[in-house]
Design a protein around this ligand. Structure first.
Ligand code: ZN
Length: 305
């Protein structure tokens, strides 16, 4: 039976109300050299993020995928504390971000040792927290993959083949996704277990179509940013019209506690999609079964294993 691994235990599809596939609770986009990188008072994170998780639950959302990997301050201890304090299930990744955020130990590591590290987090737990990683988050440079990023991708593929964990990659160019899928398929990893995170960053829609035809998930994940809603609405209608409804994901990519700001900065709400964007989709003629796929079936099937 396919299960979604969360901070509060495994879930089946009937346990899901609505699910957001790309958000953050805690992230530090500075690099490791910055003073106070990744540091915060756990109680302050809870105090400032729990109200928005409570609001999300009132709106019918009960699972959020946390997309912060190693390199941008993944703090599983904090995620678990927030999750327990709010009773809100989070889906946590193994994996590592891109250069220049790659820690030195990742640069020095062999592909094989990175594979073993990811596998340990996907099959056991993350650093003694008891939290098992559900999926693999990686990234590629804006101008294509570096050698280190390709090594991380190959390690992810091999760990993913053994666990059926999905790989999600922050990749802004469709041409880079093409290279990533080529490399993945060479290892035997299936394109339909790959999520193209930030698909909306690629203006050439023919590349969205090309990757969807190969089987990849398309993640339109900056809903609620200035001017993005109309662009994403157009993309969704086009992709649904072409028959790719089962491969589409939507989310906000927001909400995180930023240790560089007092009290982590403003907690942006996780409810814009439910309150504002879904009504726009309905008004544009998207049917209820497609809305249910976007908010429940698709994120579950992408991340469950
Ligand atoms: Zn993100």
């Amino acid at each position: 039976m396919k299960k979604l691994i969360t901070t509060l235990g495994p879930m089946q599809i009937e346990d899901i109300g609505m699910m957001l596939s790309h958000e953050h609770i805690f992230t530090d986009l500075r690099t490791e050299a910055a003073t106070g990188f990744g540091l915060a008072d756990t109680d302050d994170v809870i105090a400032t993020r729990k109200p928005e998780l409570d609001r999300a639950r009132q709106a019918g959302i009960n699972v959020i995928v946390e997309c912060t990997p190693i390199g941008v301050a993944r703090r599983v201890d904090i995620l678990l504390a927030v999750s327990k304090a709010s009773g809100f299930s989070l889906v946590v990744p193994t994996g590592v971000y891109r250069e220049p955020w790659l820690p030195d130990w990742v640069k020095a590591a062999s592909m094989e040792s990175l594979r073993a590290w990811m596998l340990g987090e996907l099959q056991g737990n993350i650093g003694g927290t008891g939290v098992r990683a559900a999926w693999i988050k990686i990234s590629a440079g804006d101008d294509g993959m570096t050698a280190h990023e390709a090594k991380v991708l190959e390690a992810a593929a091999l760990a993913g083949i053994e666990t059926n964990a999905v790989i999600g990659s922050h990749t802004v160019k469709g041409s880079t996704v093409r290279t990533q899928l080529d490399l993945l398929e060479k290892t035997g990893y299936r394109a339909d277990r790959f999520i193209w995170i930030h698909t909306q960053a690629e203006p050439d829609i023919s590349l969205h179509v090309e990757m969807a035809r190969r089987g990849a998930w398309l993640s339109y994940d900056n809903v609620g940013s200035p001017e993005s809603d109309e662009i994403i609405l157009d993309c969704l209608l086009k992709m649904v019209g072409l028959g790719f409804t089962d491969q589409l994901l939507i989310s906000h990519d927001r909400g995180w506690y930023d240790p560089a700001k007092p009290h982590g900065g403003v907690a942006e709400p996780f409810t814009h999609i439910v309150e504002t964007f879904l009504p726009k989709l309905r008004a544009a003629g998207l049917e209820e079964f497609a809305i249910r796929k976007l908010m429940k079936d698709n994120p579950f099937h992408a991340f469950a294993r």
